[in-house]
Design a protein. Sequence first.
Length: 69
Amino acid sequence: MRDNGKINEALREIYNFGGIDGVHHKQWLLNRLVLILTGTNEEYNAWVKDYCNGEDGPITYEWDTGIAP
């Protein structure tokens, strides 16, 4: 089932912060979107763990939370 509340909140964040310059600020926005869309700290942590897991094990990739604008 589609969660329009989460989708609308994510779109609002993109609208408010998507145009800010700086890779570190863009990464902050991506992190915010993941937080919104996963919904809980438990789901967020599981998503980040899965993202970092790769062909070389659990620390193949790094997740950066960025810097708030």
